[in-house]
Design a protein around this ligand. Structure first.
Ligand SMILES: Cc1ncc(COP(=O)(O)O)c(C=O)c1O
Length: 392
């Protein structure tokens, strides 16, 4: 184990602070480290491994496809990509999908497409992008320009020009920001990194009306909250508001890298061959994995389980009798527990006690287990957490 940690410390660019663990195996919600110690994973690789680690059907499909064909680039047709596109379009508001490799790239594409819509319409100067306080949309230059935390943006200035922040869940602020110079408004229906805050449905309705009034495109970033995480296939379904574009990534291929930008035909009509592209995107292997994930998640009983276990998780967390807890919130299996103090020591203690958690801001614990989590798993996790909170 130490040898691996030393290699990482010597050769990998240090953009992450990692605990001294080397994971070697995973099955369901269990992770195993190089010493053979088991952990209950309530993070799922930051809301990625939706079916748990090494799901049997997923492993079989990926292994078979890897043995058959992995990659030919987007210069050629492959069946899994076309079939994934059909699934995404036929089960959403969208008419078309653009594939890429990550959440940041999916947002990058959405922002480019919005600019292209203005350009194609000859709407000179209609280039402004409105984004919101607390939002997280990724780390590439365009996506970063729309990400709220100054700490992430400041060292890399100047970023993409003509991006303006309005206040999340504040209709007045959005109304003041959105005018005829705006080409796109990007928002997470449930903010993940920002602390698990759901957008008020009335706020999203107002954004829709403002976008319609000023001929701007509404982009929902469902990279973290989409694909079953909140207990419905898409998080925005619970609000009754439909976007012009939606971005997806994290859970879509169950642990392999993928991103997707879904759009209406009106947006698609302005995009021409050569406008955007990616060598790796949506190869046969990745899309085979994504087709398995999509078909499993897109079942009424599966989504009902997510809602039920999410409610159970929040109820269990709410029952922890501690004054140190400010609030428990969340939707489906994206939950948060805000504490009065920094949660880093609690995350570290939980890990030592066999529970893997992440934060969403300094004082907030985030819970994003695989969507196949059981009530037993919830009880085990909450028991570990309760003991640690009550002891310290
Ligand atoms: C809502 C949201 N958008 C975009 C991203 C960026 O995704 P990626 O890390 O795959 O680039 C994230 C990642 O946490 C996210 O939560």
């Amino acid at each position: 184990m130490n040898e691996i940690i030393e290699l990482e410390g010597k050769y990998v660019l240090q953009t992450y602070i990692r605990p001294p663990i080397v994971f070697t195996d995973g099955k369901g919600l269990t992770l195993v480290d190089s010493e053979g110690k088991e952990y209950l994973d309530f993070t799922s690789g930051i809301a990625v491994t939706a079916l748990g680690h090494s799901d049997e059907e997923w492993v079989t499909a990926v292994s078979n496809q890897a043995a058959k064909l992995t990659h030919v680039s987007n210069l050629y047709h492959t069946a899994p990509q076309a079939q994934l596109a059909q699934r995404l379009v036929e089960n959403s508001f969208a008419d078309r999908v653009y594939f890429c490799n990550s959440g940041a790239e999916a947002n990058e594409a959405a922002l480019k497409f919005a600019r292209k819509v203005s350009y194609a319409a000859g709407a000179a100067g209609k280039t402004k992008i409105i984004t919101f306080t607390g939002g997280f949309h990724g780390r590439t230059m365009g996506a970063l320009s729309t990400t709220y935390k100054d700490k992430y943006r400041a060292p890399f200035a100047p970023l993409v020009p003509n991006v303006e922040f309005a206040t999340f869940n504040d209709v007045e602020s959005a109304t003041a920001a959105i005018d005829d110079t705006v080409c796109a408004v990007i928002v997470e229906p449930v903010q993940g990194e920002g602390g698990v805050h759901a957008a008020d449905p009335a706020f999203l309705h107002a954004l829709r009306a403002l976008c319609d009034k000023h001929n701007a495109l509404l982009i929902f970033d469902e990279v973290q909250c989409g694909l079953g995480r909140t207990g419905t296939l898409w998080a925005h379904e619970q609000t009754g508001v439909t976007p012009d574009m939606m971005t997806l990534a994290k859970p879509l291929a169950g642990g392999l890298p993928i991103g997707a930008t879904l759009m209406t035909q009106a947006v698609a009509d302005t995009i021409k061959p050569g406008d955007h592209g990616s060598t790796f995107a949506a190869g046969a292997l990745i899309c085979t994995a994504a087709n398995v994930v999509f078909d499993r998640v897109n079942q009424l009983d599966f989504l009902a389980q997510v809602r039920e276990n999410g409610t159970y998780l929040r109820a269990q967390l709410q029952a922890i009798p501690s004054e140190k807890i400010v609030e428990v919130r969340g939707t489906g299996l994206l939950a948060a527990m805000e504490m009065k103090t920094a949660v880093a020591p609690l995350i570290s203690a939980a890990r030592q006690n066999g529970l893997i958690l992440i934060s969403a801001g300094e004082n907030t614990l985030r819970f994003a287990p695989a969507l196949v989590v059981t009530k037993d798993d919830v009880e085990t996790a909450v028991a570990i957490l309760t003991k640690l909170i009550m002891e310290n």
